[in-house]
Write a protein that binds this ligand. Structure first.
Ligand code: ADP
Ligand code: MG
Ligand code: MG
Length: 208
């Protein structure tokens, strides 16, 4: 039960595809409680990442993920670039030298990546950020039976991600631009939580 390098490459391709398809929707969410750039940030970030990844596609999974991270970090302005950059850069560390990663190793990649997001952004659960999707999804993956096929594990991760995105709607933002709105941020779905859900869907689509 594992994820191959070509599935990792497919994941990034799927991220680019879904962020392009959902660009206007993500921007609309960010218009409500932010500065109306999240769709463009994600679309541009992953299209650049895909370009860069093509130059290292023969290298190991760690190098591929690190390349995605450094590209997002350097190409995407705003909060989400450095945060998603940290996800891939920190996550890459446990995939160095690997051409294939086990279910456990993929979960470790995600866990260390999310630790990177938290180290940088200091968000806690309930702050109405991307962490409100990552943390419940990781908890679910951690608790699951890892001997199941990866597609089965990730299918329930997608479900958890969808529920978690919806659960950001009533929250009052405590981090990022949306926090400037205080109580007026309630009643709107968080843009970064939404793009995280698409990233997890893209991962599932790459292995199913
Ligand atoms: P910006 O707000 O700088 O324009 P984006 O619009 O691209 O950046 O991204 C906004 C998203 O970033 C938010 O919806 C939220 O999910 C996420 N975010 C903002 N600050 C933090 C933080 N400190 N920790 C985690 N996620 C955050
Ligand atoms: Mg924004
Ligand atoms: Mg911005």
């Amino acid at each position: 039960m594992s994820m191959t390098k070509s599935q990792v490459l497919q994941w990034i391709e799927n991220c680019n595809e879904v962020m392009t398809a959902q660009r206007d929707y993500l921007t609309q969410l960010d218009t409500e409680i932010g500065d109306a750039d999240h769709g463009l940030n994600m679309q541009r970030g992953f299209s650049k990442a895909l370009e860069k990844v093509a130059t290292v596609s023969e290298k190991d999974i760690g190098t591929i993920l690190k390349t995605v991270g450094t590209t997002l970090l350097s190409q995407v302005g705003g909060a989400s670039g450095p945060l998603y950059g940290s996800l891939f850069i920190k996550g890459a560390q446990s995939a160095v030298g690997k051409e294939e990663i086990s279910n456990d190793e993929l979960i470790t990649v995600l866990k260390q990546g999310v630790e990177g997001i938290i180290a940088r952004g200091r968000a806690e659960i309930g702050d109405k950020t991307m962490c409100d999707v990552w943390l419940p999804v990781l908890a679910e993956l951690d608790a699951a039976d890892k001997s199941q096929p990866l597609a089965v594990l990730l299918e329930s991760a997608v479900k958890k991600a969808e529920e978690s995105v919806a659960a950001t709607i009533p929250l009052i933002a405590k981090k990022g631009r949306a926090s400037y709105l205080g109580e007026r941020s309630a009643g709107h779905q968080d843009p970064g939580a939404t793009s995280t859900m698409y990233m997890i869907k893209a991962l599932y689509d790459a292995v199913k």
